[in-house]
Design a protein around this ligand. Structure first.
Ligand code: FAD
Length: 319
């Protein structure tokens, strides 16, 4: 059995779902959670439900806002005071930012953007996509411990019947150390929707949307489904959607349960960002569009006719 620390990010006071995915998968290991700052009792209870033994709330000056240096320094000190074999975090924007820095403080190996793993005998063995998802590599980490692992959100899925942990919450002193670049203010995006990288359902529009205004029909479907709207690079380059919505090689990598591609051809660079989606639905007028080779369900037809009909049907189904 391995001693594992799972770092959790908070979003509006809630732990990010990827933390619970990781904890569920770590059943059988001894797993603690570290959070920078405070966390409510309900969130501690949620972490305990998924197996957290201890929840360490690391607090200190200059840790109220995220900074890669501050978080790295505070976590490094904390980790040195314990004896963890592994440190896990989500491969979110934040996780991708600070985890390599943290691993380098320990001269330790990092397996990044892992989509599945086992812990047989307490030893990590993971899988991660390479070459735009065209092949899967097996990854193992050697060298000094702790070893570091980042997990792609939504890739593992939520464990249905997790094994509960003690969930003992305690404060720990955190030292942010020297911070040379500091975030002064975080301006929230106008949208309150879940970030693409963590969304469970995504409705994406391609060049066929023709303009930004037409994305409203995708927003309407997304509202009914509780989904987040994405865009292809052609749609972004044409000014129909902001770059933050771009899915693909030069956009975001996503792994939702359901991905609905509307008027997207399925270029290799787009597939690179969404091919690990669990179920792919494609709507395209061209029966030979490459997206259909990856789709679980394909609808050949005009999205401007099909999307509104689907939205109405979803409304009936979901009340
Ligand atoms: P198109 O390829 O023009 O496809 C539009 C599709 O809509 C067609 O299949 C057409 O049949 C269909 N259509 C037309 N009208 C309708 C209608 N009324 N109803 C239904 N279907 C209709 N692309 C990305 O998406 N993400 C990336 O991150 C990305 N990174 C890249 C990086 C590099 C280095 C390069 C070179 C390219 C990258 N691209 C990326 C671009 C990529 O190669 C494609 O050009 C792009 O994905 C095409 O976008 P699209 O499918 O929306 O447009």
């Amino acid at each position: 059995m391995a001693n594992v620390l799972v770092f959790t990010e908070l979003h509006d006071g809630h732990v990010k779902p990827v933390t619970l995915e990781i904890l569920g998968k770590l059943a059988g290991q001894s797993a603690d959670v570290a959070v920078i700052g405070d966390i409510g009792a309900d969130q501690v209870a949620e972490l305990a439900k998924f197996g957290a033994q201890n929840v360490h709330k690391i607090k200190g000056a200059n840790l109220d806002k995220y900074s890669p240096e501050g978080y790295t320094n505070a976590l490094a000190d904390f980790i040195k005071s314990k004896s963890y074999d592994y440190v896990f975090a989500g491969a979110t924007s934040m996780g991708k930012d600070f985890l390599p820095r943290l691993a380098s403080k320990f001269d330790a190996g990092l397996a990044s953007d892992v989509t599945n793993f086992t812990m047989d005998g307490g030893v990590f063995a993971g899988t991660r996509p390479f070459f735009s998802g065209k092949c899967l590599a097996k990854v193992e980490i050697t060298g000094p411990k702790p070893h570091f692992v980042s997990i792609r959100p939504n890739a593992l899925g939520m464990t249905a019947n997790p094994t509960a942990g003690a969930g003992a919450a305690a404060d720990a002193a955190g030292n942010a150390g020297e911070i040379r670049a500091m975030i002064k203010e975080i301006v929230k995006a106008a949208s309150t929707k879940t970030d693409l990288t963590e969304a469970n359902i995504i409705v994406t529009g391609g060049r066929a949307m023709k303009n930004a205004e037409n994305f409203k029909i995708l927003e309407q479907m997304a509202d009914v489904l509780g989904a987040t709207v994405g865009a292809s690079r052609a749609a972004v380059d044409s000014g129909f959607a902001p770059h933050a919505m771009q899915v693909g090689q030069t956009g975001k990598t996503v792994a939702p349960s359901l991905y609905i591609a509307c008027g997207v051809s399925g270029a290799i660079q787009h597939l690179a960002g969404m091919r690990t989606s669990k179920v792919i639905v494609a709507i395209n007028t061209d029966p030979d569009a490459p997206i259909f080779t990856k789709a679980d369900y394909g609808i050949v037809g005009d999205l401007f006719q099909i999307v509104p009909v689907m939205t109405e049907e979803f409304k009936k189904l979901l009340g």
